[in-house]
Design a protein around this ligand. Sequence first.
Ligand code: ADP
Ligand code: MG
Length: 305
Amino acid sequence: MLKLEEKTKQYEKKDLKYSLKSAYATAIKNEDFKKLINTLKVKDDIAIHYTSKLEETVAELKSCSKCKSIFECKNKVTGFVYYPTLKDEKLEFNYVACKYKKKEFKDREDIKTDFYEMPLEIRKAKMSDIDVNDAKRVKIIKWLKKFYDEYQKDRHLKGLYIHGSFGSGKTYLISALLNELSKEKNNVIIIYYPELLRSLKESFEDNNFGSRINEIKKADLLLLDDIGAETVTAWNRDEILGTILQYRMDNKLPTFFTSNLTIKELENHFIINKSSEEQIKARRIVERIKQLTDTEELISENRRK
Ligand code: ADP
Ligand code: MG
């Protein structure tokens, strides 16, 4: 009985060896497969154990060779190739970034913007990734391109006030421009405005207040994101916002805003009570914003998932 079991195992082993060999023999007839084996400098008696995995690599490399951008990626893991390295007489397979993915990583590293409380997709926003298919954006995209070109010669340009519907891409579009400019050694700050006010309140207690306001005031390029979503107080309107805007106006520093409110609605938002003194203060803030910016509307589908 025992003998029979042993015999069966022997046959199984032989069978397996034979199957491995014949699968490998078939695979190696393929030119790309052969090329990969040569590149890896792996011996046949090792490679033979990995035929189907190696075939996967060959197929992925083949789809890469025709690929023009990461959006066409056909591989199992987008932007990566299932690729082996030889280690201690064994092949170890890993997902390795393709050339487009590597460039994406590098581009992200190049972005030097200071972000206050902004989500990841805004931190990596790039001009080249802007989806140009939405007709409603074309005018704004043209504006951004023009700004980018002119800023190389003139650093005292007007910024942009974009208002419109939730999720239409307001923050993304401006961040893409500013991230691009941050690569060129400009000091860029992008701030979620309601959160800035909250954090300034805290820094008031730890004495960082003055230096933080200064940093923001003096940035080469500034985006105050989602203005109008904050709770207005006389302090944050006149002392914080008023001071920042005044400085940026006096020094002609490009300043950008996004908001769900039109400029007119924003003016009403700044009126704390209906007294005429309040109306003047609200008007004064809005006049500064108007001086600092061109205005565009962006009402479009909500891209947030
Ligand atoms: P808004 O500020 O108008 O509320 P966002 O700018 O935050 O909208 O955009 C909403 C979502 O859509 C975000 O997740 C953003 O990353 C994405 N998004 C917006 N515009 C683009 C674009 N041109 N290309 C790729 N993703 C975009
Ligand atoms: Mg936004």
